[in-house]
Design a protein around this ligand. Structure first.
Ligand SMILES: *[C@@H]1O[C@H](CO)[C@@H](O)[C@H](O)[C@H]1NC(C)=O
Ligand SMILES: *[C@@H]1O[C@H](CO)[C@@H](O)[C@H](O)[C@H]1NC(C)=O
Ligand SMILES: [Fe+2]
Length: 438
């Protein structure tokens, strides 16, 4: 008699399992787009207080790399030991550090240490502050080809993890992020969990980022908008003659990359505009035939989300970028993917830029599904999570692909060969145009 309830329970469980397996398989034939995923939960970090955490690296001028990490211990030193053999550190660099408070939150000690000169295309082993694990990084090549991985509006959800896993499968040299990193949104500990989440990738390849609206954390009279972002994600603005971490440039293997700020002044009388003009005047298309520009709010967007939001920045800066021969312009903000033809002033133009919106890294706000009628310049658009890869093959050809995360497989969903303006003759024609601005 006593066995009966157990037997019933067993049969019930068996039936339940059977039905759920059957329903999983039958769902495949009628594919349903995956749901948004929850924000990840992070266990408390067991590492001791002087252990380096949240390690990430970024390019810092010719042949140099900036190593950034955080320690809970505010007396921990800021030096980095490094070399080309594991455990055998032949060089050491001293760095600087900062920290900040935000209402009741007090950040750890944020260390920034520039190492170099480094050989191109070389693996270096390094250790931060004489403590903790050894990390390794690979410097980018000195010449083309080079591969950039691109992801925007990352956040820290299950979809972010999926995007990062797919990026990890790609052999890339430098990651480009057009804004909206952690989605901390005033809750400072989320910056720390984001730092932990990206460390496995961001400690091995340079992550070059610019700001989005979710980095804006101002408190009237107390905090200017990007204090936390600037403290944690210091980019090579000084190295590129800029006075603000919100816009800067760098050169790597035949490519001049410009990071602009959608959330700082951009009109013709602004510092950013003056800096951009000066930076573009330095571009030498013989040395860097490719000109790539990133910022957060897209100028060419046929999604209903954030429709027209980039218009005033576009009015101010598009003529300048057009005259300079910008090849590819990448933005985020809209949680979907879109690629344009070469465009200028709202119309197809063979000497304009290819615009790519890629704000679909996996943030907690979900996807932007609603579109306006597809404009003539829009080639491909889709609301799915994913990342992009830009392989610049040589001075004339680059291969762009977008990889959707669906089914947890890195599906290559959109791809195109792009010819540089340097090779198509547009750049030579434009030589005179840029002079008009100076
Ligand atoms: C460390 O590297 C240097 C230079 O490459 C070499 O001379 C030295 O023998 C190495 N030391 C060890 C312990 O491997
Ligand atoms: C550049 O690469 C493309 C694609 O591999 C190739 O067809 C082309 O001939 C190359 N051009 C030059 C100038 O090397
Ligand atoms: Fe955004």
């Amino acid at each position: 008699m006593e066995l009966m309830p157990n037997l019933m329970l067993f049969l019930f469980l068996f039936l339940f399992l059977f039905l759920s397996i059957v329903s999983t398989f039958s769902a495949e034939s009628d594919y349903v787009r995956p749901q948004p995923r929850q924000t990840l939960h992070f266990p408390r970090n067991p590492k001791s207080s002087s252990q380096p955490r949240q390690v990430h690296i970024s390019l810092a001028g010719d042949k140099h790399m900036r190593i950034t990490w955080i320690t809970n211990d505010h007396s921990a030193p800021s030096f980095v030991e490094y070399g080309t053999l594991p455990g055998n550190y032949t060089s050491v660099s001293q760095g600087e550090s900062t920290s900040y408070t935000y209402i009741l939150y007090k950040s750890g000690k944020i260390h920034h240490t520039v190492i170099g000169p480094l050989e191109a295309g070389t693996v270096y082993y390094y250790r931060c502050g004489g403590e903790g694990s050894e990390f390794q990084l690979k410097t980018p090549p000195s010449q083309l080809p080079i591969t950039f991985s691109v992801a925007g509006d990352l956040g820290q959800t299950g979809w972010t993890k999926s995007t990062l896993d797919h990026i990890d499968l790609c052999k890339y040299d430098v990651l480009l992020l057009p804004g909206d990193l952690s989605y901390a949104d005033y809750l400072q500990h989320r910056w720390d969990t984001f730092g932990e989440l990206v460390e496995p990738l961001a400690s091995t390849r340079p992550w070059m980022v610019t700001q989005g609206n979710h980095e804006k954390e101002s408190i009237i009279l107390f905090k200017s908008p990007f204090d936390s972002y600037d403290a944690r994600w210091k980019m090579p603005f000084e190295e590129s003659g800029s006075s603000s971490n919100l816009y800067y440039s760098f050169e790597v293997a035949g490519t001049h990359v410009i990071m602009l700020g959608s959330y700082t002044d951009y009109d013709e009388s602004s510092d950013q505009y003056a800096w951009l003009k000066a930076d573009l005047a330095k571009v030498n298309k013989e040395r860097t035939p490719w000109l790539v520009v990133l910022f957060h709010v897209p100028w060419y967007n046929s999604n209903k989300a954030h429709q027209g939001e980039g218009a005033s920045m576009m009015a101010a800066m598009e003529p300048l970028l057009y005259a300079a021969g910008a090849d590819i312009i990448i933005s985020g903000h809209v949680h979907a993917y879109e690629r344009s033809k070469r465009v200028y002033a709202g119309k197809s133009d063979p000497c304009g830029a290819v615009h790519i919106t890629i704000g679909d890294g996996g943030n907690r706000e979900g996807l932007a599904h609603k579109y306006i009628a597809q404009p003539e310049w829009s080639v491909f658009r889709e609301a799915s999570f994913g990342h992009g890869e830009l392989k610049i093959v040589n001075s004339s050809n680059a291969f762009w692909s977008w990889h959707r995360n669906d089914d947890d497989e890195p599906v290559k969903s959109d791809q195109v060969w792009i010819t540089s303006l340097a090779a198509s003759g547009c750049a030579a024609e434009k030589n005179h145009q840029l002079k008009k601005f100076t």
